[in-house]
Write a protein that binds this ligand. Structure first.
Ligand SMILES: [Zn+2]
Length: 264
């Protein structure tokens, strides 16, 4: 497997072995190197093409040394029509990154979408619209607004998953279950949040609610946005696959020292 294959997948917790890509000469801190690792390819909804398209990087990618086991990679992915997405990765290596067969994972991935490129609409169905609204609100520096959309997505994905798996959203007396109870029930049955983070699932919701209900100020809401957005997207991915929220969890300071590859 090559570095580009890993970069073309969603960030995952487990390390994957790839062909050496830095070369034999160590990449010093802050130094840049051009590497050839194949094209990075990710799907986005292209507004110009009006469909989901694969956006690709060029053959050459630039990376910057952060320390012995971390590198930063910047790239621009393009649709064949010219629409583009700026993307940045922080790649973590289990050991020395300049080795001949390093084991790596994406510690962080961040995208700057352009007006012509949206997140893959098909991926999250109707929730993609809400995600896009959250992104737009964030882009316009409307922190609380962005949080409202994220919270809505979290509620909806939980309710949808409950419905899909036959978990009633109300009690026998018709009263609506509090979100926390429903989330726990859904998570127990469907593991929409990785098992070891189930308790943090409600913490995420609480944090979103706190922002929505004004306990956080606008700047804090904006500064929390990226991490919370990543987490929500992670929950969505988890409903489809089975995923890895560790990066975002770590960024929010929720992992409490469990950033450990042995956790499953
Ligand atoms: Zn296009």
């Amino acid at each position: 497997m090559r570095l580009s294959d890993v970069l073309s997948k969603p960030p995952a917790l487990q390390f994957m072995q790839v062909e050496g890509f830095i070369g034999t000469k160590k990449l010093a801190v802050g130094m840049q190197r051009k590497i050839q690792v194949g094209k990075i390819a990710l799907n986005y909804f292209c507004r110009k093409c009006d469909d989901v398209r694969t956006f690709c990087s060029g053959e050459e990618i630039y990376c910057i040394g952060v320390n012995e086991h971390l590198i930063s990679i910047d790239s621009v992915l393009k649709c064949h029509c010219g629409a583009s997405v700026q993307i940045w990765f922080l790649v973590d290596c289990d050991g020395d990154i300049s080795g001949p067969a390093p084991e790596i994972r994406i510690l962080k991935r961040s995208e700057k979408l352009s007006p012509d490129a949206l997140i893959d609409k098909e991926r999250y169905g109707k929730l993609s619209d809400l995600l896009e609204k959250a992104q737009r609100a964030h882009h316009d520096r409307l922190g609380a607004g962005a949080m409202v959309y994220l919270r809505k997505i979290f509620e909806q994905i939980t309710v949808e998953t409950a419905k899909a798996s036959g978990i009633p959203c109300t009690y026998n007396n018709g009263r609506k279950k509090p979100f926390k109870s429903l989330l726990q029930e859904v998570d127990r049955q469907c593991a929409i949040i990785p098992r070891e983070f189930s308790e943090n699932g409600y913490r995420l919701f609480g944090e979103l609610s706190d922002i929505v209900h004004g306990e956080y100020n606008e700047d804090l809401a904006l500064s929390k946005y990226e991490s919370l957005h990543r987490l929500i997207v992670g929950v969505l991915d988890n409903v489809k696959n089975n995923n890895e929220l560790m990066t975002a969890v770590g960024l929010l300071g929720w992992n409490n020292g469990v950033l450990n590859n042995d956790q499953t």
